[in-house]
Design a protein. Structure first.
Length: 290
C-alpha cells in the first residue's frame, strides 16, 4: 500500500467569495489538488501539510478530514487521505517547481471543470458539504512519563521518560497543521514538558492550570470539563494537554464521544472541530511514531 496525503485549500477574500486551489503537474499533465507521499514515521496530516507547502508555498490551517481516494499505481494500491485547509492571508508568490508548474485559484464551479480526475470531483462535493468556518480543539494526552513505581517524589513533578521526550519533539510536526493560537496545560510537569517544544516552535505561551490535573479531577471531575468548555468559547484553534482518564472524560462530555481510557496511549490526541459548543467532527490523532 502506497500512503499519500493532501488537502483541498480554500480562501475567501470577501465573505461567501470562495476560491479553491488547483495545481497542474507537468509530469502527468493533469489538474488536481496538492498531495504527496507520507514519509516513514510521519502522520498523514503532517505529510499533507508538508506537501502543500512544498508544492505550492502555501501555509494552510487544516480543518476537517475529508476522506480518501484509492487507485492503482503499477501493481500497487495507492491511498490518499485528504483534509480541508484554509490558506493564510500572508502568502508568498508561487514559485514553479519540478512537481507543480502552475496553480490557479478558482470558484467551485470552475474547479469541477479544471479537475482531471473524477475522484477529485467527488472529493470536491464532500468539501462543499462541510462547514468551513469552525474552530479546532486538540485534546492531547501527555507523552510517555517515567513510571509511577520508579518515582518516589510528588507525582505532579514526575517527568517524561526518554521516549516521552522524543515524542514531545515529534509532536511539533504533528500539531503544526492545525494553526494553534493558544495552548493550555495541566500544571503537571509531564504535561507541560510534552507541549513545551511545540510552544517554543510556535512562539506561544503555555497557560498552565491545576484545573486540568489529576488531583483536581479526582476531587471534582466537572472542573476540567467546565475549563475546556470555557476555552471552546474563545476564537481560534486551541491545544489542551492533560492526562488519562481526563481527556476521554472531557471528550465524552463536550463532544459526546465515548472512548475507553485504556485505549488512549501517551501522546495520543483527539481533534475536535466545533463552533462554540456545536460539534462538527471529531478525529483521532495517533501518537507520533518513534
Amino acid at each position: 500500500m502506497i500512503r499519500a496525503a493532501g488537502a483541498i485549500i480554500w480562501r475567501e477574500k470577501t465573505p461567501f467569495d470562495l476560491e479553491l486551489l488547483v495545481i497542474h503537474r507537468p509530469k502527468y499533465d493533469d489538474w488536481s489538488f496538492p498531495k504527496g507521499l507520507v514519509e516513514d514515521g510521519e502522520s498523514a496530516v503532517a505529510a499533507a501539510y508538508r506537501e502543500v507547502k512544498e508544492e505550492t508555498g502555501i501555509d494552510a490551517i487544516f480543518g476537517q478530514y475529508l476522506g480518501s481516494t484509492s487507485y492503482k499505481v503499477d501493481e500497487n494500491k495507492k491511498k490518499v487521505k485528504y483534509w480541508m485547509a484554509r490558506a493564510k492571508n500572508d502568502q508568498d508568490v508561487f514559485v514553479p517547481n519540478s512537481e507543480v508548474d502552475k496553480i490557479e485559484w478558482v470558484d467551485s464551479k470552475t474547479a469541477r471543470h479544471f479537475l482531471t480526475h473524477e475522484e477529485d470531483r467527488v472529493l470536491l462535493e464532500e468539501f462543499l458539504a462541510k462547514e468551513r468556518h469552525i474552530s479546532t480543539l486538540v485534546l492531547l494526552r501527555h507523552a510517555k512519563a517515567i513510571k509511577r513505581s520508579e518515582w518516589s517524589d510528588y507525582d505532579l513533578d514526575r517527568p517524561l521518560s526518554v521516549e516521552g521526550v522524543e515524542q514531545s519533539q515529534k509532536l511539533i510536526a504533528q500539531l503544526q497543521p492545525f494553526g494553534i493560537s493558544a495552548i493550555y496545560s495541566s500544571d503537571a510537569t509531564r504535561c507541560f514538558s510534552t507541549i513545551e517544544p511545540f510552544s517554543l516552535a510556535a512562539d506561544l505561551r503555555v497557560n498552565v492550570t491545576q484545573d486540568l490535573n489529576e488531583e483536581t479531577f479526582e476531587k471534582n471531575s466537572k472542573t476540567s470539563v467546565e475549563y475546556v468548555r470555557q476555552v471552546m468559547k474563545f476564537e481560534g484553534n486551541h491545544l489542551i494537554a492533560g492526562h488519562n482518564p481526563i481527556i476521554p472524560h472531557v471528550l465524552s462530555k463536550v463532544a459526546r464521544v465515548d472512548y475507553s481510557a485504556d485505549d488512549l496511549s501517551p501522546a495520543d490526541a483527539w481533534v475536535v472541530h466545533h463552533r462554540g459548543d456545536k460539534i462538527a467532527a471529531v478525529e483521532f490523532l495517533a501518537r507520533p511514531m518513534i
